[in-house]
Design a protein around this ligand. Structure first.
Ligand SMILES: [Zn+2]
Ligand SMILES: [Zn+2]
Length: 364
């Protein structure tokens, strides 16, 4: 190749004062040195996000200008693919805490992210959120609480997502339903004749066309089974997205997409179909609608590969793996947890004892 493209990933920056690796400082657009506090601002691409034209990427032979190689570490235990933008001496899988072997790292192609939502919550802050939450876990075993709070098992992770944009045009045929009411005399359960109002629908044929822009359909690009991020915290403010720069990844783990673009695109089409159906119903109007046929076309389709932040705490307790998650943008927390049999058993015994005492003495 004649033109030399600058590698956008794995471009490590070191501190000019002490030589340490500069890491992204959450909530800012800077990278900073943990040791001497030196900060540098991250260069934000003025051209904005990289929206890529979809179709060349769907064909394997298409010009994949925006792909390049990154080093990946594969977890043999849970299958997660992770990239670490930092020189670690020892490393554990972000999902299942199994040790990873750095020598096993291999190069893999990936479509460069078009945008990244940088961490807004600092690591220390995530520890505080964890701590507060764990301390409120009433029925959890004490050992688990300790394990959960070990900062070694908490990592900031960028999750891969696809987003799709498209112009949507749909023509439909269907029916518009209008309600009307009839009264009739019926015998009720007690055998009396009563008047009843019954709702009925009159249907009128309807057809037409709807069109509009479908913006930022978000599709998960990780098929990670273990430690899947709970639905209730998987919401981010996409207005905070920044054009991709690998400096935002420095100090964090990045998961590579395992749901291919093609599959993500098919899922986004399903979402578009739901949107189109909703638009058709609005267009039909009336009290209720039927869409009997719809022909949907998407054009000017573009996509982005984006990265979204979470903190994951992965640890083992009695041979089982547990995960806690904190949304790296808004600090919402969720996680699975075991219950302590003895704590619950003892509490129940105490309740039983109280009841016995009450009956015995209270009744006397
Ligand atoms: Zn320094
Ligand atoms: Zn793993």
């Amino acid at each position: 190749m004649m033109n030399e493209t600058v590698k956008k990933t794995e471009l490590k920056k070191s501190c000019i004062n002490c030589g340490a690796e500069l890491k992204y400082k959450p909530g800012t657009t800077n990278i900073s040195c943990e040791y001497c506090g030196h900060e540098e601002s991250i260069e934000i691409d003025e051209n904005g996000f990289m929206e890529l034209e979809l179709h060349p990427y769907l064909q394997e032979m298409g010009a994949q200008k925006h792909s390049e190689e990154i080093s990946m570490l594969h977890c043999k235990n849970c299958g997660a693919n992770q990239h670490v933008e930092e020189n670690y001496k020892s490393l554990h899988c972000v999902y299942c805490s199994m040790p990873l072997v750095i020598e096993d790292a291999y190069k893999e192609e990936w479509i460069l992210p078009g945008a990244v939502l940088p961490f807004q919550i600092a690591k220390e802050q995530s520890f505080r959120i964890f701590k507060k939450w764990v301390s409120r876990l009433w029925w959890a075993p004490n050992k688990l609480k300790k394990a959960a709070l070990d900062p070694q098992f908490t990592k900031g992770l960028y999750l891969p997502y696809w987003t799709f944009d498209a112009q949507l045009l749909a023509s439909y045929t269907g029916q518009r339903g209008e309600y009307y009411y009839e009264t009739r005399r019926v015998r009720n359960a007690q055998g009396k004749m009563v008047t009843q109002r019954v709702r009925k629908t009159r249907w009128y044929p309807a057809s037409g066309e709807v069109f509009g822009f479908v913006d930022d359909t978000l599709i998960k690009a990780s098929n990670q089974k273990k430690g899947r991020v709970p639905h209730k915290i998987a919401r981010w403010n996409l207005k905070l997205l920044q054009p991709f720069n690998s400096s935002f990844l420095s100090g964090f783990v990045t998961e590579k997409y395992t749901i291919p673009l093609k599959q993500g695109h098919l899922q986004s089409k399903e979402v578009a179909r739901d949107i189109a159906t909703r638009w058709c119903r609005q267009d039909i109007g009336g009290d209720t609608q039927r869409v009997t046929s719809m022909d949907m076309q998407l054009s000017e389709e573009t996509f982005k590969h984006i990265l979204l932040p979470v903190y994951v705490s992965a640890y083992r307790y009695k041979g089982k793996e547990y995960n806690f998650f904190i949304n790296g943008e808004n600090g919402e927390i969720s996680g699975s947890r075991p219950y302590s049999f003895w704590k619950i058993f003892l509490a129940m015994m105490a309740v039983v004892l109280l009841i016995v005492l009450f009956v015995y003495f209270g009744g006397a």
